[in-house]
Design a protein around this ligand. Structure first.
Ligand code: NOJ
Length: 560
């Protein structure tokens, strides 16, 4: 491996930033963020150090699921702008050294999509088989619904044709029949279209749901044409995407246990998804934070399966959905709820939290910095949700997951500088109170060297200077303090040692980091420390303190 490989496999050391165009910046004063506004803010993202933008769905939509209910996979929502403006965003981002990926929703469409409207017209319509139907009364599937506050079954009766259609999510999101070759061809065509316009890949929504549908079809004796292995579809899709654009990636939403995720990477062949979010590590990170004990997190990291060098985990502490804790045991989830979201209005679907991180840690800047330092030090590619770089808060009065999808806070002015429209016309209300724009905004934080934004910017720069973190071999370093995670990420002759103290008490950590005397150079602050001749060192940590240290390789290959 050479340093130059980091540009070929760019996703292994990227900093991904997720945003929704409609809540980012409104350039025409209608209360809705738009592509012209995003173009204006590309320099802000470049200054922060972001290397890859992830755009949430920008397609035409009735907007009942914030754009994940699409009516035209080739379109741009006219409220946000035009194809031309999207291309301008992509070109401007590319010019500033950033790539752009976007959500692609394969599992379902909106029920207002012309395909579904046609499909429900009659049982013999040519689009009928683009969706999944059954003629017999479905069994109780209440335990399979994703949104238990809204749905009781994953099947909905269509009165006109007297059959039921499948919808894993809301009833207005019928599942596409991905086992149907015509559907696959059309999805590939749309992805090819967006690649041609300059996207560098896709965040693939709800992957296991459509793979499950293919599996069901593959087991159906009536459908001998469906390939026996449902994962062949992901292989075909990846091969297609990389034929069209060699550098493009598929970043999958696959909230499954680690051992199952390996399969979605394509196992040792690594020919399915390039990247996947690591939901399990995220959930165990919160459990560790709640307990002030790193063992759940360390265990999750150790249990990650080894993945091929071209694959990568996307690490995160929050995304645009509920902060799901579905993979914890009931008792563990209750611990996290008690620590970070004790009130019923902070919880959602019985499995997650509606909050952003700052409120959970009572706005304590030490804890906030600790969590992000830890996130960026974990093996993987850090992915942040807009506003995390400012420490934005949530609005619990908003329905469900909309609590964290409030407008970006640019200034302390009207509407937080998001829009000049009257507040009642905004796509979503701006957060009020202590986390509102008067106290939390980009303009003020960019000028303040001690702000959370400045901290995040420095952290991102440090992460980018440590390819070991994305590429290296991860190892937990033994030491007795359970409040401290000490780990090493080593790659070639370079290594980074990171220590993070989840406890409020100051502590000392004795580590063996090498088998000889080495120099350790601080990466997040000024400082350096030598080990003894046996490679042992004692590191001092404040309460919630952290240090990243480069083991000086003895050559000057990596700048110390
Ligand atoms: C997962 C997305 O992250 C979520 O926001 C959406 O509601 C569902 N998929 C359905 O598309």
């Amino acid at each position: 491996m050479r340093i130059t490989d980091t540009s070929d496999l760019w996703w292994k050391t990227a900093v991904i930033y997720c945003l929704d165009v409609e809540t980012f910046y409104d350039s025409d004063g209608d209360g809705i963020g738009d592509l012209g506004g995003l173009a204006e803010r590309v320099d802000y993202l470049a200054e922060l150090g972001v290397t890859c933008l992830w755009l949430m769905p920008f397609y035409p939509t009735p907007d009942r699921d914030d754009g994940y209910d699409v009516t035209d996979l080739y379109g741009v929502d006219p409220r946000l702008g035009t194809h031309g403006e999207l291309v301008e965003v992509i070109r401007t981002a590319n010019d500033r050294g950033m790539r752009v990926i976007a959500d692609v929703v394969i599992n379902h469409t909106s029920d207002q999509h012309p395909w579904f409207k046609a499909a429900r017209r009659s049982r013999d319509n040519r689009y009928r088989d683009w969706y999944v139907w059954r003629s017999d009364t479905p069994p109780d599937t209440s335990d399979q619904v994703v949104f238990p506050d809204q749905e009781e079954s994953i099947w909905e009766k269509d009165d006109r044709t007297g059959e039921w259609y499948l919808h894993h999510f809301y009833r207005y999101q019928p599942d596409l029949n991905v086992a149907n070759q015509a559907v696959r061809d059309e999805i590939a065509r749309t992805m090819g279209f967006w690649l041609e316009l300059g996207l560098d890949g896709f965040r693939v929504d709800a992957v296991p749901f459509f793979i499950d549908d293919v599996e069901t079809a593959a087991n159906d004796p009536q459908r001998p044409e469906v390939a026996a292995d449902p994962h062949q579809y992901l292989r075909d899709l990846r091969a297609f995407v990389n034929r069209r654009r060699g550098t493009a990636i598929l970043l999958g939403e696959v909230n499954l246990p680690h051992r199952d995720q390996k399969k979605y990477f394509g196992g040792d062949a690594a020919d399915e998804l390039h990247m996947m979010f690591d939901f399990l590590t995220m959930q165990n990170l919160y459990l560790s934070l709640a307990r002030g004990d790193v063992r759940p997190l360390a265990k999750a990291l150790r249990q990650r399966p080894a993945i091929h060098q071209s694959c990568q985990w996307a690490t995160f502490v929050r995304n645009h959905d509920e902060l799901t804790l579905d993979k914890l045991t009931d008792a563990q989830r209750q611990e996290v709820f008690a620590a970070f979201g004790p009130e019923p209005e902070m919880q959602i679907y019985g499995r997650g939290l509606k909050r952003r991180l700052p409120g959970m840690v009572d706005g304590d800047p030490r804890r906030l910095r600790l969590v992000y330092a830890l996130l960026f030090a974990l093996p993987g590619t850090p992915t942040i949700f807009y506003g995390e770089e400012l420490g934005m808060g949530e609005d619990l009065a908003q329905e469900g997951r909309m609590a964290v999808r409030t407008p970006m806070q640019w200034t302390s002015g009207r509407n937080g500088g998001f829009s000049t429209a009257p507040p009642r016309k905004l796509v979503s209300p701006v957060v009020q109170g202590g986390y509102g724009p008067a106290h939390v905004n980009a303009a003020q934080q960019r000028r303040d060297p001690d702000s959370h934004w400045s901290f995040m910017r420095a952290l991102i720069a440090a992460y980018r200077s440590c390819p070991e973190l994305g590429w290296g071999t991860f190892e937990v370093l033994p030491q007795p303090d359970n409040a401290v995670l000490a780990h090493r990420s080593a790659w070639e002759d370079a290594a980074v040692i990171a220590v993070h103290n989840l406890g409020s008490e100051a502590t000392q950590v004795e580590l063996t980091v090498a088998d000889r005397e080495v120099l350790l150079v601080d990466l997040l602050q000024a400082g350096e420390q030598r080990t003894d001749p046996k490679g042992r060192v004692t590191l001092e940590l404040d309460g919630y303190g952290y240090r990243w240290l480069r083991v000086h390789p003895g050559s000057d290959a990596r700048l110390p």
